[in-house]
Design a protein around this ligand. Structure first.
Ligand code: ADP
Length: 265
């Protein structure tokens, strides 16, 4: 079913989590980014349109200045994001340049999605970039956000962007194959849920564990994202971005993931 969806979807939002973007030592995984750009290029050559939502500014900041990794002070976190966002976009620019694809940065906040005027501007910019063959790379605007107004995780941001853009499919890349009945990092016998049709009640049937070092949202925000897009009839796939060429493998049915399928009317 995931293979069919990927083949048939024209407008795809791909969200990349911090854990997917980072190596085990906390540096940015540039090889992953190159592969991602190769995959996005393939999708675009098939006539598809792609919007990227990317986390990773903080890890990019840490790996750039080699300090403040354990600082919990919000201002240091924001400072790290300010430093890292530049590095992150530079890395994206370099990999997409190999395919002669331009990228466009969009830094957004939760407030932007509740203000009709801003929403319209976001929508228009998104459509213009994509129509012109540019790949928008969205991230939360960490420097203007304090805890109360932060969307807080890019899973929600990706879901809001997918709804705003009327995407056909939202793909979340994390470092696990999908949602399990318990944390697969802790329990070797955890079972992958291949299709979820009721994200609203999912948390009543699975156990949720911690996130990883650089993860922000954990599995709960991924389930929230599924609720948000499924409500608008958009399916969501949670897949393992750490696996090489995962999109191709999903299309060829060589890998498994979790599909959140909206209930048909
Ligand atoms: P990302 O940075 O990719 O957005 P997070 O670290 O925020 O990822 O969330 C994914 C993590 O959630 C997984 O690596 C896993 O350890 C953890 N997790 C906890 N419970 C579950 C579960 N039931 N199914 C899948 N993953 C889970």
């Amino acid at each position: 079913m995931i293979a069919e969806l990927l083949k048939n979807s024209r407008k795809i939002v791909i969200k990349i989590g911090s854990n997917t973007l980072s190596n085990d030592d906390g540096t940015i995984n540039k090889a992953f980014m190159q592969k991602l750009s190769d995959n996005v290029n393939d999708l675009m050559n098939q006539g598809k349109q792609v919007v990227i939502v990317s986390s990773g500014a903080r890890i990019a900041g840490v790996s750039t200045i080699q300090r403040w990794r354990r600082k919990e002070d919000i201002h240091y976190k924001q400072a790290l994001c300010a430093i890292g966002q530049v590095e992150l976009m530079d890395a994206y620019r370099r990999v997409f340049e190999t395919h002669e694809i331009h990228i466009g940065q969009m830094l957004l906040t939760r407030e932007d999605f509740s203000c009709p005027n801003r929403t319209l501007n976001i929508r228009n910019t998104l459509f213009t970039l994509v129509d012109e063959g540019v790949v928008p790379v969205i991230n939360e605007n960490d420097t203007v956000c304090v805890a109360e107004i932060k969307i807080g995780d890019n899973d929600s941001l990706a879901a809001l962007a997918a709804n705003l853009w009327n995407a056909d499919l939202l793909v979340l890349f994390s470092d696990i194959d999908g949602v399990y009945n318990k944390n697969p990092k802790v329990f070797k016998d955890a079972e992958l849920l291949e299709v979820v049709t009721d994200p609203v009640h999912l948390l009543e049937t699975i156990e949720v564990g911690d996130t990883n070092d650089f993860g922000t949202g954990g599995i709960c925000t991924k389930i929230e994202a599924a609720k948000t897009v499924n409500y608008y009839g958009i399916p969501m796939v949670l897949a393992n971005g750490k696996k090489e060429n995962i999109l191709t493998k999903l299309i060829n049915e060589e890998e498994k993931a979790t599909l959140f399928l909206p209930k048909s009317e």
